[in-house]
Design a protein around this ligand. Structure first.
Ligand code: GLA
Length: 384
C-alpha cells in the first residue's frame, strides 16, 4: 500500500492541501467459515493488503469522494436520503450514517482512497474500506469515543443497511483488531477474543485466487443465513434456550430432520461441524501439530463444497491440486462463490505446488490463477 500515491492524488484532486491518512487491512481466515453469524468461532488475521484513505474536513455538509483505482468521483450529503448510487461510495456513505446514528457529529470532508486488496477475492476489501472510514471518522469527528468493537459493528451495519449483505462480524473485526504475526480467535456469541501467535516454522500460507466472481454472491450468502435461522427456529420448539446453531448439537439437528428441508439440514450440519473444527485447530496449533490443522482445513473444504455449497468448479480443482501435491491444508476461504483457496504448505513443497497449480489451472480454464503470499499484519490505524 502506497501512501505517496494516495497523497499525490488527493492533492491533485482537491485544493492542494493535505489531510490525515488512515489505513485498514483485508483479512485471511485460517478456519471457521460461515460460523460468525451462527454465534460460533472464527480464526482470522489481518493482512498486509488493504485500503488507504486521505481525509480532510471541508467545512460543508457534503462528502466529496474520489476512488483513485476506479477514477470515479462522487459527492453526497449526510442525510439518509442522500445515498449515492455508486456501490463503492455507498460503503463510505453507510459508515457516515452509522457513525451519525452512534452520536458522532460527522461533517463534510474531502477524501481520496486506493487499495491493494484484490476485489471479490474473499479477502474482505469492503471491510477494509469500512474500517478505514469508521476509524477515521471516529478520530476526526468523534474524539475517538467509539470503541473498537463498535467500529467493527459500524462496518457490519453498513453492509446490512446500505449494501444488502447480512454478513457476520468476522471481516470488520479482523480489519480493526488485527495484530502483526497473530491470528485472533473470536467467539462470535460472547465476543471474547484471544490472539494466537502464528509463525509456523517450516510452512508458508499462500492464497491461490481463482479470479472467479459470483454475480449473485450476496443473495446466495443471505440465503445461507436464512437456512441456518430456519433450522434454529425448528430446534427452538424443543430447546427454547437455543439462540444460534452454536448452541446446537448433531443430536438436536437430527431430532428435527423431518421438519426442515434437506438443504437446510445440510447447511446446519456443516456449521455445527465447522464450529468444532475451529476449536480443534486451536488445540492443534497450541501443540504445533500442523498436520491436524491441515486435515481440518481439507474437511472444511469438503463441507463448504458438498454441504454448504459455496465452492465452485475452479476452487474444487485448486483444492484437488493442493491435495495431490501433498499440501498440508487447503480450502476455499471467506464467503465462497469464487475467490481464493488458503493453503498451508511446507516450504520445500511451495514452488512445486505453485507451479503445478498455475499450469494445471491454465490448462483447464485457459487463464492463470493469482497467487498471494500472506503476511499477517496490523489492523486499522492512522498513518499520518
Ligand atoms: C463473508 C462475511 C463474513 C463471514 C464469511 C464466511 O466474508 O462477510 O461475515 O460470514 O463470509 O465465513
Amino acid at each position: 500500500m502506497d501512501i505517496e500515491h494516495v497523497r499525490s492524488r488527493f492533492i491533485k484532486h482537491f485544493d492542494g492541501t493535505t489531510g490525515a491518512v488512515y489505513a485498514s487491512p483485508g483479512r485471511i481466515n485460517l478456519i471457521g467459515e460461515h460460523t460468525d453469524y451462527n454465534g460460533g468461532f472464527v480464526f482470522p488475521g489481518a493482512i498486509d493488503k488493504g485500503m488507504i484513505a486521505e481525509i480532510k474536513p471541508n467545512g460543508t455538509k457534503t462528502v466529496k469522494a474520489y476512488s483513485i483505482d476506479l477514477k470515479d468521483y462522487v459527492e453526497f450529503g449526510l442525510n439518509e436520503e442522500d445515498a449515492p448510487r455508486a456501490s463503492w461510495a455507498r460503503y463510505i456513505f453507510g459508515v457516515c450514517r452509522e457513525m451519525i446514528k452512534r452520536g458522532v457529529d460527522v461533517q463534510g470532508f474531502n477524501t481520496a482512497f486506493a487499495g491493494d486488496v484484490p476485489l471479490g477475492a474473499g479477502m474482505s476489501s469492503s471491510a477494509a474500506l469500512e474500517s478505514t472510514y469508521a476509524y477515521a471518522l471516529n478520530d476526526l469527528f468523534g474524539d475517538n469515543k467509539i470503541d473498537k468493537f463498535e467500529l467493527a459493528k459500524v462496518g457490519q451495519a453498513t453492509e446490512h443497511n446500505y449494501c444488502g449483505v447480512n454478513c457476520g462480524i468476522m471481516d470488520q473485526f479482523a480489519s480493526v483488531f488485527g495484530q502483526k504475526g497473530k491470528l485472533i480467535r473470536l467467539d462470535c456469541r460472547s465476543l471474547e477474543y484471544q490472539y494466537y501467535p502464528f509463525e509456523p516454522v517450516g510452512y508458508r500460507l499462500v492464497l491461490v485466487d481463482s479470479v472467479v466472481k459470483h454475480e449473485l454472491a450476496s443473495s446466495a450468502y443471505n440465503k445461507r443465513r436464512q437456512s441456518c435461522e430456519a433450522v434454529v427456529a425448528a430446534i427452538q420448539v424443543r430447546h427454547p434456550h437455543v439462540e444460534f446453531l452454536r448452541d446446537c448439537t448433531m443430536e438436536m439437528l437430527n431430532e428435527v430432520k423431518a421438519e426442515v428441508s434437506e438443504e437446510d439440514y445440510m447447511r446446519a450440519e456443516y456449521v455445527i461441524e465447522e464450529i468444532q473444527r475451529v476449536l480443534d485447530v486451536c488445540d492443534a496449533l497450541e501443540k504445533g501439530d500442523y498436520e491436524t490443522v491441515g486435515q481440518k482445513m481439507y474437511e472444511t473444504h469438503q463441507g463448504m463444497s458438498k454441504l454448504y455449497e459455496v465452492s465452485c468448479e475452479e476452487l474444487d480443482f485448486l483444492n484437488d491440486i493442493a491435495f495431490d501435491c501433498g499440501v498440508t491444508g487447503s480450502r476455499v476461504m471467506g464467503g465462497g462463490f469464487g475467490g481464493c483457496t488458503i493453503n498451508l504448505v511446507k516450504e520445500e513443497l511451495y514452488s512445486t505446488f505453485i507451479e503445478k497449480a498455475k499450469e494445471e489451472f491454465k490448462k483447464k480454464f485457459g487463464r492463470s490463477p493469482k497467487v498471494y503470499d500472506v503476511v499477517i499484519s496490523d489492523g486499522a490505524r492512522r498513518l499520518e
